[in-house]
Design a protein. Structure first.
Length: 640
């Protein structure tokens, strides 16, 4: 245990600096002037109405996809009229609301049974209707919402619209977005395409969101803390096997000396502490209260910043280093409820992250196809510090949010792994559209000089082979959703290879034993989630095909002239091309069948509405399963 802290004069400028002080505070200490109210410029009627209409269209489409609601088609006068409807925003549908009101809209159906609703077609009883909040009022019985869920839902929906309005107010053209770097582009993305309430951020105030949300695009210097090794544990891959090896690259000598001197000035031995950055919001809102005894006794000591500018990414708790891009990306716990879960760092998985990385890197490095042919970049989580809570970590029955409070993960930086002329963008950026409706993908295709079909073939050839090889050869899947999967482009904006991140949270392995798993260390095996082979394929279907491609395909049809049928045919062709290259894996192709006629329908919005709601639970929730949907990859083409 650390020694008792020495008495410290609060006026001493060399003493410890709290994380709040390290980043500055709004207002003047001791001022008697009342705080001025403010209204963000994006909170104006036109911007709000447009953002609300788009979100209502998304809500209807995703709720219909998950069969939370069941819109009814309006009979067409004849086939010719139906064709005209489809060419002008979809076919007409109606939805009966609680008191007999009729919501009408046009929608286009797509792969996996998806819906794409035209925001300009929304009307209720013949009048334009664009308010998703009022929709909740008019449909709460239809949606089968209990009072507690409905109350929280209104808040989360409102804050999501507000964030969308902020994005719309500062939106750039596709051309300007294409010129941005990886880190800067992240601040212009609109969030999870499938989850309706994708910016709820429960726990954030408006000021917090304006400071810490990715759309704020505000860089910051993160403060650090020292945590006694009586509470804190370090893990690192072989090249970072000790904390000293990590800090030698992450902290300048002068910064490290200052951290050490702050501890010594308090009568504490730096050798008994680990250093880690901390999110200022987490410190102020959570840690100062819940770790108060540890702070009081000197087991946790606040430190100043390291001086590096960092920018929050779409995951909101992950920061890229702008000033020193060769340094690691840091992932920090943030006790806010966003999308489906509290955004903390689970202790067990944080401890295991470097071991998982070492195993995944070992698989890649020993496989010539992954290493040389694919050139896949695995952005490993190479070091971690976990800080135990003296009570919560010994109470398994308490809500999981209280077991993910304090720690840090250091992830390999992307830029250092790109070759000359390469640039990277998250897969999510490819489904982005600008204020004029132009798809970001259309801009990249135009810049590449390739035909749209050729460009898409290159995209699928960059993404699919490494994912398929991990699945078929090693019974291992990532969750290649839009944020975790990163497309690497050449200097002409042609997709050339895949980078992927977030191993410890989103890597799953086959529950059926495979010879390739025999070399897996026990600490890796014990932490990775397992799934039966029939469900393991869902991570590619739901993460990539349903979660990204079902939005990308209609954009390509509308703006690139590549029909949805041709789009999915190109995806299927890439899978068959891989299978043709590795005929010895034929049995695995059948075990992990991506081409089955139907797949289970995973539901991300049902979880919030009907399964978990907003209740606390001791373990993280998982996506719901509801029925099945047709698999567009199962359609056989002539000549196959």
């Amino acid at each position: 245990m650390p020694t008792s802290p020495a008495t410290h004069d609060s006026t001493d400028p060399t003493g410890p600096i709290s994380p709040g002080d390290a980043i500055g505070r709004t207002g003047t200490t001791g001022s008697t002037e009342p705080a001025a109210l403010f209204s963000p410029p994006e909170l104006n009627a036109p911007t709000w109405k447009r953002a609300a209409a788009r979100l209502l269209a998304k809500l209807l489409g995703e709720f219909a996809y998950e069969e939370i609601i069941e819109p009814v088609p309006v009979p067409s006068a004849d086939q010719a009229a139906e064709g005209r409807d489809a060419a002008t925003g979809g076919l007409p549908y109606t939805l009966a609301l609680d008191e007999g009101e009729t919501l009408a809209f046009r929608a286009t159906r797509g792969a996996y049974g998806s819906w794409r609703v035209d925001p300009g077609s929304l009307a209720c009883d013949g009048r334009p209707f664009t308010d998703p909040l009022r929709f909740l009022l008019l449909s709460r019985r239809l949606l089968a919402l209990d009072g507690a869920t409905l109350g929280h839902l209104v808040r989360e929906l409102t804050t999501t619209i507000a964030a969308d309005a902020k994005l719309a107010h500062t939106a750039l053209s596709a051309g300007r977005l294409a010129d941005l770097g990886y880190a800067e582009l992240e601040g212009h993305q609109t969030g999870h395409p499938w989850i309706v309430l994708n910016k709820g951020r429960g726990g954030f105030s408006a000021t917090d969101a304006d400071r810490w949300a990715p759309e704020a695009r505000t860089s910051t210097e993160l403060p650090w803390i020292a945590a006694s090794t009586s509470l804190a544990t370090y893990r690192g891959v072989g090249s970072l096997g000790t904390p000293e090896l990590l800090y030698a690259g992450e902290l300048d000598d002068a910064v490290r000396e200052r951290f050490d001197s702050i501890l010594r000035d308090r009568g504490l031995d730096p050798a008994g502490y680990l250093y880690l950055p901390v999110h200022p919001w987490q410190w102020d809102e959570v840690l100062l209260q819940l770790y108060a005894p540890a702070i009081a006794e000197g087991a946790i000591v606040p430190l100043p910043t390291d001086g590096d500018l960092r920018l929050p990414q779409q995951s909101i708790r992950t920061f890229l280093n702008l000033g020193r891009p060769e340094r690691h990306t840091v992932k920090l716990p943030l006790s806010i409820l966003n999308t489906l879960v509290w955004r903390g760092l689970p202790t067990e998985r944080t401890l295991a992250a470097p071991a998982v990385t070492a195993w995944m890197h070992g698989v890649r490095d020993a496989d010539a196809f992954l290493r040389d042919d694919c050139g896949v970049i695995l952005l490993g989580e190479v070091a971690s510090v976990t800080v135990e809570h003296p009570l919560y970590d010994h109470l398994p029955e308490v809500p999981y949010q209280y077991k993910e409070l304090l720690g840090a993960i250091w992830r390999e930086p992307l830029q250092a792994r790109l070759t000359a002329g390469e640039r990277a963008r998250t897969l999510a950026s490819l489904i982005h559209t600008d204020p004029h409706g132009r798809a970001f993908t259309a801009e990249l295709v135009a810049r590449s000089g390739l035909t749209p079909a050729d460009w898409l073939q290159r995209l699928f050839a960059a993404l699919l082979p490494p994912l398929l090889h991990f699945l078929y050869r090693y019974g291992t899947v990532f969750s290649p959703h839009g944020e975790n999967a990163i497309v690497v482009f050449d200097a002409q904006d042609v997709p050339v290879r895949l980078a992927i991140k977030d191993f410890v949270d989103d890597v799953n392995i086959s529950a059926r034993p495979l010879p390739e798993h025999e070399s897996m260390p026990e600490d890796v095996r014990s932490v990775l989630l397992t799934e039966e082979p029939s469900f393991l394929t869902q991570f590619i279907h739901s993460g990539l095909f349903v979660g990204v491609f079902r939005y990308l395909a209609p954009l390509c049809q509308d703006q690139l002239g590549v029909s949805e049928d041709e789009f999915w045919s190109l995806v299927r062709a890439e899978i068959l091309r891989y299978q043709g290259r590795f005929p010895e894996l034929k049995e695995r192709f059948e075990i992990f069948d991506l081409l089955t006629p139907r797949i289970e329908r995973l539901c991300l919005n049902r979880n919030r509405l009907h399964l978990d709601g907003y209740r606390d639970r001791s373990h993280r929730p998982h996506a719901a399963v509801h029925g099945t949907v047709p698999n567009p990859l199962a359609v056989r083409r002539p000549g196959e």
